[in-house]
Design a protein around this ligand. Structure first.
Ligand code: ADP
Length: 295
């Protein structure tokens, strides 16, 4: 069982030749609404990969919230503790220009209402083999959940995004820290992701720094660094590659696989995801991951 305490957003994406200057209006190409948020993305990735997943979070009493709930449910995720609150569902307002650069305004909305653990949250965490956390909910509840999971012996996987300097006390309760290279450098102030990984491994039991097309590096307690190569594939869209990686990593942990096998499955799943558009639409099923690995 995997519990995810995290964000659910609707991404409102416009494509345009160039983003408007202040006070200016431009005509764009296209508009799309895409369910996202790191919490919901990781929950979906884990469920597709065969995990038995409970999602803990909040949406508003609105169409976006209902669409997110339906999407999670359609993949068999338990949404019994997805609260409906008196704020709008979280949104990310994303402008992508023709060069691929983007600018984003995130309105946390309902996600900001998840401020403390409830008894049902605690029950779901206790029942889990692994708890997935990110930093898109209020930091206090993330810290409370990590401390609670630690106290009841449930392993915690933290994606430190969006990156902010974190208290050592939070990192000590995390079993697996999974930053991408930028996040690893922001967390430590190091200017090299490998150096950042080594520094983080002194504060946290196991660290995986993901390096995009360069793969990932795993630093476990006292073991030599393990390189996790990326699979060479044709890239279409890297959205949610990291979330796919973490969701599948959690399934491996819950099933008791060794780090090496777990990370290989995570790399395979994210290689599949970068060959497809979008977040939820790009995450592979367990069968697809098995098939890819047996090529
Ligand atoms: P994030 O999406 O959080 O920035 P990364 O870009 O580091 O995360 O990607 C996470 C993982 O996805 C990598 O460790 C790698 O296994 C896989 N991946 C990312 N980009 C590619 C790529 N271009 N080709 C193959 N695998 C990739």
């Amino acid at each position: 069982r995997i519990a995810v305490l995290g964000s659910a957003n609707m991404d409102l994406v416009v494509t345009t030749q160039r983003a408007p200057e202040r006070g200016e209006t431009v005509t764009g190409h296209e508009f799309r609404t895409v369910p996202g948020g790191k919490g919901a993305n990781q929950a979906l990735a884990a469920a597709r990969a065969g995990g038995d997943v409970t999602f803990l979070g909040a949406v508003g009493d609105d169409d976006f919230g209902r669409r997110i709930r339906d999407l999670l449910e359609a993949d068999g995720i338990d949404v019994g503790e997805l609260a409906v609150v008196a704020e709008t569902t979280g949104t990310a307002h994303i402008t992508v220009d023709d060069t691929g650069d983007n600018s984003i305004v995130v309105v946390p909305g309902a996600n900001g209402c998840v401020t403390a653990l409830t008894d049902p949250h605690r029950a779901a965490i206790r029942a889990a083999d692994a708890l997935l956390l990110q930093l898109e909910l209020p930091l206090l509840v993330v810290a409370e959940a990590a401390a609670y999971a630690h106290s009841v012996g449930v392993r915690t996987v933290l994606t430190p995004a969006p990156a902010i300097p974190l208290a050592g006390s939070l990192l000590e309760q995390v079993d697996f820290l999974v930053p991408n290279e930028h996040e690893a450098m922001i967390l430590t102030g190091a200017d090299d992701p490998h150096q950042a990984g080594r520094e983080l491994a002194e504060r946290c039991a196991q660290v995986v720094v993901t390096l995009g097309a360069e793969g990932a590096v795993y630093l476990g307690s006292g073991r030599p660094a393990l390189q996790v190569p990326a699979f060479p594939v044709e890239v279409l869209d890297t959205t949610a590659a990291g979330d796919t990686f973490v969701g599948v990593l959690a399934v491996g942990l819950a099933e008791g696989l060794e780090p090496e096998a777990t990370l290989r499955r995570a790399a395979a799943a994210s290689a599949l995801s970068v060959q497809r558009f979008g977040a939820s639409s790009s995450m592979p099923t367990r069968t697809e991951i098995d098939h890819f690995l047996s090529r």
